[in-house]
Ligand binder design. Structure first.
Ligand code: DC
Length: 220
């Protein structure tokens, strides 16, 4: 099926879990665009560069070796030839990703890659600016929300279940608040609902319920 589904919303709204279900059910590829910003942040952190330093980060973008590969339709992120898919999930990288995402040179390069991937295949893509900027003519646009408390709780549980130690609900909540503000107030392609997107508040819904709602919208 060559359809494009854009799923946007803030951290913890359920985007990736829901996008994965849709991808499996409709047999279309899922692209997590946040992973790309995270990979840039990891490169900066490893290079000892402040993730908010625009001039150094722009320079870094000129010869960054970042690749998005699909292994049986599962996305893997490569940095300088190394598979960093699991390494980019840390708290430090999350905050750094939100910082580098403000920088124009980062966005231009990553958006070009995202559009290229979407050109060849039907796709469900999640992020912050997919419906407004990356794929403005996507066939389906969804904007997911949930209360900040619920989003923090989900992220916290997710991290605990992945074995992350030394985190508190409070710290996760602070990071989410920082990213919400950073992501929605930046100049270029901020986190924003597209005028023609369908908004779903997922606070009291399971991921499966939300995915089913979206799939029934698509199947008509
Ligand atoms: O979806 P995520 O939490 O993995 O995204 C990490 C950060 O990357 C997020 O705080 C903002 C940025 N991002 C973005 O600016 N645009 C996107 N399309 C996806 C992510």
């Amino acid at each position: 099926m060559k359809i494009r589904i854009a799923i946007d919303g803030p951290a913890g709204a359920g985007k990736s879990t829901i996008a994965k279900i849709i991808s499996e059910r409709l047999n279309i590829r899922y692209l997590d665009t946040g992973a790309m910003y995270r990979t840039v942040a990891l490169k900066a952190i490893r290079s000892g560069i402040d993730t908010r330093d625009r001039s150094k980060i722009s320079q870094l973008m000129e010869n960054i070796n970042l690749k998005v590969l699909f292994d049986k339709d599962t996305q893997r992120m490569y940095l300088d030839g190394e598979d960093v898919t699991d390494l980019i999930r840390s708290k430090e990288v999350s905050v750094g990703a939100s910082d580098v995402a403000v920088i124009l040179e980062v966005r231009l390069k990553l958006v070009e890659l995202q559009r290229e991937i979407a050109r060849e295949n039907g796709i469900v893509m999640d992020g912050r600016d997919i419906g407004t900027y990356v794929l403005p003519d996507a066939e389906y646009k969804i904007f997911l929300t949930a209360t900040p408390e619920e989003r923090a709780k989900r992220r916290y549980n997710e991290m605990i279940s992945k074995g992350v130690k030394d985190i508190s609900l409070e710290a996760v909540k602070n990071d989410i608040e920082y990213r919400d503000k950073n992501d929605s107030t930046r100049k270029m392609a901020p986190l924003k609902k597209a005028d023609d997107a369908v908004e779903i508040d997922t606070t009291n819904m399971s991921a499966l319920e939300v995915a089913e709602k979206i799939i029934s919208m698509i199947k008509g």
